[in-house]
Ligand binder design. Structure first.
Ligand code: GDP
Ligand code: MG
Length: 177
């Protein structure tokens, strides 16, 4: 807490082109732009009211080099209060990468509990679906994290509901620290 304000920090991880930038920008600006420059990490800052609290939200949209399976820097684990892990329902390899990422961030924060939200993106492309909704649900149950299927392109409300739920959890956690 600084000056009565709560700051919450969220890192968004996932395979290249899963839609990390799209869901981040959609949540923060309500807009879907289409193409995003993903060459470097971007921190977005946003002030909003969650329940009765004025909250500074910092979201790090992490760039993802094509070379996956890179270690997550420990500095990122220290910085982040919570993680969003994004995969695309049309890309099974992004689902496998999501599993690795959830496991990694939980280990990095261990023994502390860290809120993690698994996001299955691109539900508007259901005709190209490679990952069933039940698989996402099972993965989230296995690791005790939140799970939402969303479409950054077609459904602002799905992104809003997912992120708002996570923000409420983090605000409660940060205020009780
Ligand atoms: P990132 O590399 O994970 O940050 O992925 P981007 O946010 O840059 O998105 C990768 C591509 O997928 C871009 O062409 C986006 O327009 C597209 N995309 C992102 N979200 C969606 C979605 O919900 N539906 C569809 N159809 N395309 C999406
Ligand atoms: Mg990006």
């Amino acid at each position: 807490m600084t000056g009565g304000q709560t700051t919450v920090r969220v890192a968004v991880l996932g395979s290249p082109r899963a839609g990390k930038s799209a869901v981040t920008v959609r949540f923060l600006t309500k807009r879907f732009i289409g193409e995003y420059n993903s060459s470097e990490d971007m921190v977005y800052r946003h002030n909003t009211k969650i329940d009765e609290n004025q909250v500074d939200i910092e979201v790090m949209d992490c760039s993802c080099p094509e070379n996956q399976s890179l270690p997550i820097p420990e500095t990122l684990a220290v910085w982040a209060d919570a993680f969003v892990v994004v995969y695309s329902i049309c890309d099974r390899s992004s689902f496998q990468e999501a599993k690795r990422l959830i496991c990694t961030v939980q280990k990095l924060k261990s023994p502390s509990y860290v809120p993690v939200m698994l996001i299955a993106n691109k539900t508007d492309l259901d005709h190209r679906r490679e990952v069933e909704v039940e698989e996402g649900q099972e993965l989230s149950l296995e690791y005790g994290c939140r799970f939402h299927e969303v479409s950054a392109a077609d459904c602002y409300i799905s992104v809003h509901i997912a992120f708002t739920g996570l923000m409420k959890e983090i605000v409660t956690m940060v205020q009780n620290q």
